[in-house]
Write a protein that binds this ligand. Sequence first.
Ligand code: NAI
Length: 269
Amino acid sequence: MSLKFDFSGRVALVTGSSSGIGAATAVLFAKSGAKVVVTGRNGDKVAEVAKQCADVSPTGVSAVLQVLADVTSEQDLQRLVTETVNTFGRLDVLVNNAGGYVMSAVYDDKFMDAFKSVLNTNLNSMVYLTHICVKHLEKTKGNIVNVSSIAAKLTVLNGSPYCMSKAAIDMFGKCIAVELGPKGIRVNTVNPGVIRTNVLEAQGLPKEVATQVYDMFGGKYPVGRAGEGLDIARNILYLASDESSFITGTSLVSDGGHVAANVSMNADD
Ligand code: NAI
């Protein structure tokens, strides 16, 4: 039996909800009665996920707002929040999920470009969006869930920008949980293991190669499979729900046993 959450009357903004974990999260929020903001850079993908949300929402299309935004643009993020509050009148849940990676070793010529790009997308955007959402979340005694990774805890060969961005996200969540507790806002982090999404294909890997990578990791996991977006969506809704009202400043590792089994992400191992 899976937990059922009731987010009726609440508004959830999920970044990177045009794909993967974010899309599964937006759809589950909609199914659970929330009004949802679906946002990403690709209009067709945003529209497709928005339709899925409307199809499962008890209140249909009126519960879904689509906003095209690049999280690396502060202007776009300002517009995202303004449109959310203008449309729905409030913000209850912020899920900072958008992210990606560029692999680069520290000795590569283009390492600094990779570092800046990954930190901008994964970390700086989340910090800025959180900063401008606090005043709205304070009014609703709201909630923040940040999507990190087990790469915050384990090394990934040629992945130091990604690992650093995710380690910083874990610490950001802990620090601001302390600052925002007195405002009635809880903050938590989810650290997924390998999840079947679009993340590898977004970096140019052919679908069949991406499938092999997911299968390879899944075969090493104690649970015997790689994760699905819905696995993480359920964790996010739990942390955002009143079922976890005593939990703040924590990291929930959801990895099929990846860390426990010492599965390496260093390709030469
Ligand atoms: P995905 O590629 O399917 O989705 C990523 C989402 O972020 C997309 O909607 C994409 O449009 C959005 N995004 C990326 N850069 C953006 C930008 N500049 N502006 C606006 N949106 C942007 O990948 P997935 O796996 O669903 O990734 C979601 C989060 O989960 C990321 O933070 C990722 O680091 C994290 N994660 C994923 C794991 C996996 O194995 N798939 C494992 C651990 C963490």
